[in-house]
Design a protein around this ligand. Structure first.
Ligand code: ADP
Length: 204
């Protein structure tokens, strides 16, 4: 199927660049794999030309307070500006079951019932961002768990002041990120695509 799609696209490109095989080849290779492959094959990672060092991924979620306060756009903008690549995005009303898996280490905390109530009080916007050291950098961008201690310039430091409403979640380690991404996203929901400006955001 993919071969057939590539053939058709090649024919179309040849109409625009008659006799110029190089242009056709170049444009074909830049065409997002996800669009060619269709839904079932997106998320295949072996097809990207990117080195592993810039393919680290993390899970970022705008919590219900962030969505209610219309902060989604500003939070996305910060990650885009930093040069990270969005590879997955969805809005959902989270189930208690998913949350209890997500916050499994919090189950014994006194605030856990309130945390579940808060996190299920409205929709969340959950994302997967990709890039060099994205886990560590995102944690810095998001700031201290307690907004009262978060630096100005961080998401929590700029948009919140109480630990019970800290606007955003960011995975805290590589292992945590992998676990959370698998929990929140199906493989086919993550897109494998190349940013056209990638040579300007890192050195290969
Ligand atoms: P982080 O979200 O920064 O990784 P934790 O994993 O320690 O922090 O906590 C998970 C979430 O639990 C926090 O983001 C916050 O929403 C909530 N939380 C943590 N501590 C408290 C607390 N003392 N009171 C209320 N909610 C809390």
């Amino acid at each position: 199927m993919v071969m057939l799609q590539r053939c058709i696209l090649k024919r179309i490109l040849q109409q625009f660049y008659p006799g110029n095989q190089e242009s056709t080849k170049c444009l074909l290779s830049r065409f997002p794999t996800a669009l060619l492959d269709g839904h079932g094959a997106v998320g295949h990672r072996s097809k990207s030309s990117l080195p592993d060092v810039v393919r680290e991924q993390t899970l970022i979620a705008v919590k219900p307070d962030g969505v209610q306060r219309r902060l989604v756009g500003q939070i996305i903008q910060r990650f885009e500006q930093r040069g990270f690549k969005l590879v997955g995005l969805k809005m959902l009303q989270v189930s208690e079951d998913l949350l209890s898996q997500h916050y499994c280490e919090m189950r014994t905390k006194p605030f856990y019932p309130r945390l579940l109530h808060y996190m299920t009080s409205g929709p969340v916007v959950v994302m997967v961002w990709e890039g060099h050291k994205v886990v560590e950098t995102s944690r810095m961008m998001v700031g201290h768990t307690n907004p009262a201690e978060a630096q100005a310039g961080t998401v929590r430091g700029d948009f919140s002041h109480h630990i019970s409403r800290n606007v955003v979640h960011a995975s805290d380690s590589l292992e945590g990120a992998q676990r959370e991404i698998q929990l929140w996203f199906q493989r086919k929901e993550l897109l494998n695509w190349d940013c056209c400006d990638q040579t300007n955001t890192y050195e290969a």
